[in-house]
Write a protein that binds this ligand. Structure first.
Ligand SMILES: NC(=O)c1ccc[n+]([C@@H]2O[C@H](COP(=O)([O-])OP(=O)(O)OC[C@H]3O[C@@H](n4cnc5c(N)ncnc54)[C@H](O)[C@@H]3O)[C@@H](O)[C@H]2O)c1
Length: 340
């Protein structure tokens, strides 16, 4: 690997986390004589300056100046609505792009971006970090090796401890597009199958402000795969026990649970069962710490042509199609076919 200059756009919740991870990767790679120079920008300039200083990065006033100054890769961690414009800017500059999920707020807005990337031979990796998590990788290894037999049930659970700000939720596209989209992605990736139908329900028993911006705080989607296998994908913003991301896969021979360890945010009600007892994860950043770093290392390798794209825009849009269908099902109260 060679020295790399990365530009990071957006220094909010996840942008700050990526900045810290890039600084940590830089420290790791320094042992091999490799340097990652990081530049950071945000429309909230003072905040970006503070984040840049805290990780030893350079503050740059805008994405335009970053691209004009010459960077080797652009990391987009701005709000979803800005992703299409910034992806196009990166592609226009001929720079590989890492963009946080999703490609755009909904599938209709994503498809022109996909076309643009294809027409301009853009290289764009999308941030679905579960693909880099050790537990999901091991589940995939066992599934691919046939250890579980044929799969009859999949149950994905995602629980945030606290809701993000209502301002964020107002533009997030809803719980399925913002949160469950990770589970829709990982279910496709693990099974190698398409989800063809979704039936979704949701509730709003937490902060009424979430309902007021058109979102739900808790939801469940029943998903049907193209071979008829069924699964459920549930999400909540109020999982007081901790940040809880798990996937149970049951097959004809064996069953596995991803995310079941001492930190899992559940307690057994069985007598004398003490597992799990550890301090639970509080945030997605803690739960997927190693995965986010592996994801960014993969982007560095992608920039240098050392690996295939681990999560293409096409993959991300396929997951977004399921999220759009779930949102429509939630709104209409009837099952919705996914437009493949
Ligand atoms: N992969 C994951 O697990 C994960 C987790 C959280 C968020 N996300 C995604 O990351 C994105 C950001 O989410 P967040 O929670 O960090 O949001 P946030 O609101 O905390 O941060 C977004 C930042 O982008 C800045 N910004 C907006 N437009 C900009 C522009 N044109 N140029 C430069 N800066 C700009 C804002 O000032 C803000 O600081 C969203 O698309 C979200 O879906 C992914």
């Amino acid at each position: 690997m060679k020295n790399v200059t990365l530009g990071l756009a957006g220094a909010g919740r996840i942008g700050t986390m990526h900045a810290k991870n890039i600084a940590a990767l830089n420290a790791d790679l320094a042992e091999q004589g490799i340097q990652i120079r990081l530049q950071i920008t945000d429309v909230a300039a003072d905040h970006a300056r503070t984040v840049a200083e805290s990780v030893g990065a350079k503050f740059v006033p805008s994405v335009r100046e970053m691209l004009d100054g010459g960077i080797d890769g652009l990391v987009i961690a701005t709000g979803t609505a800005t992703h299409p414009e910034l992806i196009r800017a990166g592609v226009d500059a001929g720079v590989p792009v890492f963009c946080e999920k999703p490609v755009a707020g909904n599938v209709a807005d994503s498809l022109p971006v996909l076309d643009y990337i294809r027409e301009h031979n853009g290289v764009v990796q999308i941030g679905h970090q579960r693909r880099f998590d050790a537990g999901y990788l091991e589940a995939k290894r066992r599934l691919d090796a046939g250890k579980l037999g044929w799969i009859h049930s999949l149950r994905a659970v995602t629980g945030d401890m606290f809701p993000p700000s209502v301002e964020f939720l107002a533009t997030s596209g809803g719980l399925f597009r913002d949160c469950s989209v990770h589970d829709f992605d990982i279910l496709r990736w693990l099974t190698g199958r398409e989800i063809v139908e979704v039936y979704a329900r949701g509730s709003n028993n937490g902060d009424p402000a979430i309902g007021a911006v058109g979102d739900v705080d808790t939801a469940l989607a029943v998903v049907t795969f193209d071979d008829g296998t069924v699964g459920t994908v549930s999400a909540t913003r109020y999982n007081g026990a901790g940040h809880d991301v798990r996937l149970e896969i049951q097959g004809s021979k064996s069953s596995v649970m991803v995310g079941l360890d001492e930190k899992t945010a559940v307690r057994s009600t069985e007598a004398e069962v003490e597992f799990p007892q550890g301090e639970t994860h509080k945030t997605f950043a803690e739960r997927f710490d190693a995965a986010y770093r592996a994801e960014m290392l993969a982007f560095l390798e992608l920039i240098q042509g050392q690996r295939e794209n681990p999560c293409t825009p096409e993959d991300a849009v396929a997951a977004s199609k399921v999220a759009d269908a779930a949102q429509l099902s939630l709104e209409t109260g009837i099952p919705v076919k996914v437009e493949l």
